[in-house]
Ligand binder design. Structure first.
Ligand SMILES: *Cc1c(COP(=O)(O)O)cnc(C)c1O
Length: 454
């Protein structure tokens, strides 16, 4: 069969509250044209993030009931640890309440002034946790990553020559090398096993541990199986195990490929590092057999890890994004290609070429998608990155709008509806107006800034 169906059926449903266009024009104006200010029940299709927004399975909900809330030594912890180690063969598994807590613990040990931590691209919380210690977070993406139209299959890769140069010139300042799988930049672009092996070889040559930010490890492994020569006959599970066997540790947000609504972990091989991390964990999260989580959360993650490497699930997951990407391209809507594992990015600067970057074409498009169809997306551009530390405002490198897809939540008719919303917005694109910011906080302005229409 050519049609790839959602490989699940529904047992519990959550109604979507329908609104009219007039309702939405009022609601978004009341929120000062900032979509973070909307109440989520005023949103029809919420593509703000894929983090913690997925639907859990019947197996996960029944595991929740088995959760044992003992303070120390809960069997839920051991089921969680075994599920992690089944895919990621690290000696020490340390549960945390989210990915960023794992990062905070790791960099409280490895970070510090004068140090530099390279990555293919740091996620924003990773960068924040590194910089909070006084260290430098350095992105070394491959050259293809910057070209939105390039269909290079592994745009998440590390620039190996740049890493080699860094380790040669400033090696003493590098406490570890990081790799983010998939690379969040560009909507979840994958890293090839070949690139990861090359990073491993360089790290070994310079005596540095390699830490993987594994938030979307299953989506990455699926792309490796689809796209990397010689990987087609392997199972996703097998590719996942090789991926992590190349590393010395990992940080994880279970809100992504853990298929859970909350949770994370730090995993390490090194005994001494794990001891320091557990001591820090007790101070900031909790006892090492629950970290920052309830026993029921540990159970949900353990069950989620068994489901996320299911290849029918991954085929459906990635195909949804490809389908939407193909339909948008057919409407002449410019997108970042190829579409990533968890999101589709629209190039709003190109689509709304009549709106200059400092009038926020990404925000204008995101507001229009909400007004026309009740779709909530996220600007990733000059609103997010334009304010400089010295107070000046400059155009960001790009103005994108991200459509991030919650796992197992929306169906093909939701996708078709989304495309129809785009058709209407694209048809009226020249009438869209830019915005100006009337109020903004000093830091992270995109969450709370207030806008007015030009
Ligand atoms: C979400 C995410 C994190 C942080 O995880 P939280 O659970 O949100 O704290 C870190 N890295 C990547 C790549 C992520 O996507």
């Amino acid at each position: 069969m050519k049609t790839i169906i959602e490989p699940f059926r529904m047992k519990v449903v959550e109604p979507i509250r329908l609104t009219t266009r007039a309702d939405r024009e009022r609601l978004v104006a009341d929120a000062h044209f900032n979509l973070f200010g909307l109440h989520s029940d005023d949103v029809l299709i919420d593509l703000l993030t894929d983090s913690g927004t997925g639907a859990m399975s019947a197996a996960q909900w029944s595991a929740v009931m088995r959760g044992d809330e003992s303070y120390a030594g809960s069997p839920s912890f051991y089921r969680f640890r075994d599920a992690v180690q089944d895919l990621m063969p690290f000696r020490h598994v340390i549960p945390t309440h989210q990915g960023r807590a794992a990062e905070a613990i790791l960099f409280s040990i490895l970070g510090g002034a004068g140090r530099v931590i390279p990555s293919n691209t740091h996620f924003d919380t990773t960068r924040g946790n590194i910089e909070a210690t006084g260290a430098e977070a350095l992105d070394l993406p491959c050259a293809e990553a910057a070209d939105f139209a390039s269909v290079f299959p592994f745009k998440g890769n590390m620039d190996i020559a740049a890493l080699d140069r860094l380790l040669g010139e400033r090696g003493a300042a590098v406490p570890c090398v990081m790799m983010t799988l998939t690379n969040n930049a560009g909507g979840g672009q994958p890293v090839s096993l070949g690139n990861l092996r090359a990073v491993r070889a360089l790290a070994t040559r310079h005596g540095k541990p390699l830490i993987i930010d594994g938030c979307r490890f299953a989506e990455n492994a699926w792309f490796v199986k689809q796209r990397e020569p010689g990987q087609q006959a392997r199972s996703v599970r097998d590719i996942v195990r090789e991926t992590f066997s190349l590393a010395d540790g990992m940080t994880m947000s279970a809100k992504k490929d853990g298929l859970a609504n909350i949770g994370g972990w730090l995993a390490l091989n090194d005994e001494e590092l794990a001891l320091a991390a557990r001591n820090r964990l007790i101070l900031t999260e909790g006892f090492p057999t629950y970290g920052g989580l309830a026993g029921r959360d540990l159970e949900a993650i353990a069950a989620g890890l068994a489901e996320v490497v299911d290849e029918e699930y991954l085929r459906y997951r990635v195909r949804c994004n490809e389908y939407i990407g193909e339909r948008l391209l057919a409407l002449d809507v410019p997108i970042v290609q190829p579409v990533g594992g968890h999101a589709v990015f629209i190039d709003a600067r190109t689509m709304l070429a009549h709106i200059p970057p400092l009038a926020y074409p990404g925000q204008a498009l995101a507001v229009a998608l909400y007004e026309v169809g009740g779709v909530r997306s996220c600007e990733i551009g000059t609103v997010m990155f334009g304010r400089q530390p010295d107070g000046r405002e400059l155009p960001a490198r790009f103005d994108l709008v991200r459509l991030a897809f919650p796992r197992r939540v929306y169906t093909q008719s939701h996708a078709d509806y989304l495309v129809e919303v785009f058709a209407e917005v694209a048809g009226a694109r020249t009438q869209l107006r830019g915005l100006r910011i009337v109020e903004e906080p000093r830091l992270m302005r995109h969450f709370t800034a207030r806008f007015a229409r030009l």
